[in-house]
Design a protein around this ligand. Sequence first.
Ligand SMILES: Nc1nc2c(c(=O)[nH]1)N[C@H]1C(S)=C(S)[C@@H](COP(=O)(O)OP(=O)(O)OC[C@H]3O[C@@H](n4cnc5c(=O)[nH]c(N)nc54)[C@H](O)[C@@H]3O)O[C@H]1N2
Ligand SMILES: Nc1nc2c(c(=O)[nH]1)N[C@H]1C(S)=C(S)[C@@H](COP(=O)(O)OP(=O)(O)OC[C@H]3O[C@@H](n4cnc5c(=O)[nH]c(N)nc54)[C@H](O)[C@@H]3O)O[C@H]1N2
Ligand code: SF4
Ligand SMILES: [Mo]
Length: 720
Amino acid sequence: MTATSDKFATCNLCEAICGIVVETNGPHIEKIRGDADDPFSRGHICPKAAALKDLHEDPDRLRHPLVREGQSWREVSWDHAFDLVAERLRDIQQRHGESAVAVYQGNPTVHSLGAMLFAPTFVRSLRTQNKFSATSVDQLPQMLAAYNMFGHQFFLPIPDIDRTEHFIILGANPVVSNGSLMTAPGAAHRIKNIVRRGGKVIVIDPRRTETAEIATEYHAIVPGTDALLLFAMVNTLFAENLVNLRHLHAITVGVNELKAAAAPFPAEKVATKTGIDADTIKTLAREFANAERAVVYGRVGICTQQMGTLASWLIVALNVLTGRIDAPGGAMFTKPALDIVGMGLLSRGSFGRWKSRVRGLPEFGGELPVSALAEEILTPGEGQIRALVTSAGNPVLSTPNGKKLDEALSSLNFMVSIDIYKNETTRHAHVILPPTGPLERDHYDAVFHALSVRNTARFSPAVFPKPPNTKHDWEIFAALTRRMSKLNNKRAARNFAEAAAFQWVGPARILDLGLRMGPHGGKLSPFVGGASLHHLRKNPHGVDFGPLEPCLPERLPSKDKKIQLAPKLFVAHVPRAAIALDKQPSSELLLVGRRELRSNNSWMHNSAKLMKGQPRFTLQMHPNDAQKRHLKTGDKARITSRVGSVEAPVEVTADMMPGVVSLPHGYGHNRSGVQLSVAQKHAFESANDITDETFLDPVSGNAALNGVPVSVELLHQSLL
Ligand SMILES: Nc1nc2c(c(=O)[nH]1)N[C@H]1C(S)=C(S)[C@@H](COP(=O)(O)OP(=O)(O)OC[C@H]3O[C@@H](n4cnc5c(=O)[nH]c(N)nc54)[C@H](O)[C@@H]3O)O[C@H]1N2
Ligand SMILES: Nc1nc2c(c(=O)[nH]1)N[C@H]1C(S)=C(S)[C@@H](COP(=O)(O)OP(=O)(O)OC[C@H]3O[C@@H](n4cnc5c(=O)[nH]c(N)nc54)[C@H](O)[C@@H]3O)O[C@H]1N2
Ligand code: SF4
Ligand SMILES: [Mo]
């Protein structure tokens, strides 16, 4: 007889942070189901949760450090690997300067408490200006907007979707992505509830998405033109006297400057450019202004495009102009148990303190745009990058012109990857340091509780003990930090001391202190209740602190306690948007991305469970565009951009706007040296082999992964 037991845990694959129950039998997983007692996710999961079993058991997942010599890999001891890494990085820094070592941090970093707490000290110990991350292929414009408008890059307004009556969604597909910068487990259900309450849900996207399917209204928009549409909405609000800042009146500056900025963009002028007629635009603005509780929200499709910063700015601006910020049913701020913004645990941000060497792209929050990474490695001269540390990232598949970066990585003098797989990126590493998997370590969502539609907290102790001779990510970072922190100056000595102290204390006790000192905490007294690690351990399904509450101006991070409605940096770029009004439409097709429920960026394709069924790597295309090119569903097409070509089967669908085609990203597992046996059977090609590293949002340097001009031609016809 074997005994099964239920362990309560958290799915860490996406921002929805669903509570799960892992049914274990000794070291085995019998089943993973949603935790119906979780007060926040209430049993919701998606198919990816069950794939945590595949990930946990995956024979391809690395568990011990590997060193590469030529094409062959051998296992080494942790100490040997750490010493080797520190020795090589230091040697390169001594010979070529500190910035000769670059670092790239990927998305799963923010899904790990250990990495969140320990990676920053390690990155500081490198003392390099060449820091990159997935931020600049994702939410950078929204952070730049928050930094300029509220005074803190992480003070991000969250749509209060459980109480709104009017939800406008641009460039996001929460039914599939499960929500982003909007932690809302069961997002589809929450959106359906808006409709059930008699509210409106309006989706604006070049593709009639799964979210559009459950919305009350859908408008197709030409990729990259959202800023024009939003300007026209702002313009309508002013023209029709619909501006009403309500409670924000006393704490907002720049209303007149915003009005002037929007002046060149009346609805009539932007209609043909955006593909949305003038009456519809005006109605969108009027209904939004007149709704009882309303919010505009935008995400990846808004950020990763040429006018990403302007669009991100104008979304916040519309919410301010109608008094929706900090109002129930509008865009609100969290008060998380671990108050990463309020307690000053994260830096406010910075912009343009330095520029990338080759193209002069601006620093943001200490990082440079990743679109510049390949050229910084490939361009000789002083300041050239010669070594790279990657951590939880797969930039070869996830950043623009992946082929060029692929080549660049193979030219590095040294590369180390902290990663659980030998994949398209880490195959170039000389050393791979694999941390424990998500079920083998304690979990707390330091970031996503702070971006959530409710104030909740959940601590999930590791489901399984750490396997022998493995290390947690935080242990890897601490070990490397100690080796990298030379004791020859005060800052390095402090870094060393911090790393040593942190390592001794460990993430759980740091979290406990943070929870106690936070807004829901019981402080240091053992007799006062409130948030603490002990309290969360006693409530393994999570603790609900209730809906988001108004908190301005108290929590407003800006030094003058004001919301800046027209930041100078953004206003300076308005003429560029005006030029777009006069540009001739391109005869080419515009490529956009899409996500799928059973896929997670580039790295969950090794789960057999998720890869079952019809191949999902298809080029979606409108029937008119297909007909013009003599293409039908199933035909193989070649898609070509400035930087290269990929091949994909065509899927003809009226869901696409004419003139726009869509490919999912994260595939392309056919590169040699990859150890992903399931993914290699579903290799397909990488959409980022045709996205363009020179195609950018020029304000922030964020990659414009959407709206990329491409041509499409028939390669061979389907025999079916
Ligand atoms: N064309 C196009 N490109 C895009 C996007 C798009 O919409 N279109 N989206 C962009 C977005 S939003 C993002 S966030 C980026 C993501 O970009 P990245 O973060 O660079 O890529 P991921 O695919 O998330 O790769 C995650 C890596 O982390 C590893 N990993 C997984 N779990 C762990 C762990 O616990 N510890 C460690 N150390 N490693 C781990 C995986 O093996 C993998 O190598 O991609 C971007 N790229
Ligand atoms: N299943 C699944 N879930 C995920 C992920 C995943 O890979 N798979 N990734 C996670 C990550 S890292 C993130 S950041 C989030 C992203 O979460 P979302 O932002 O919700 O995700 P996407 O599905 O990329 O939605 C982007 C939408 O923008 C549209 N779009 C493209 N260009 C434009 C444009 O110019 N204007 C407008 N208005 N729309 C445009 C696209 O058609 C697409 O529908 O999802 C997370 N959740
Ligand atoms: S929506 Fe799916 S992937 Fe995201 S946390 Fe929930 S179960 Fe995990
Ligand atoms: Mo992302």
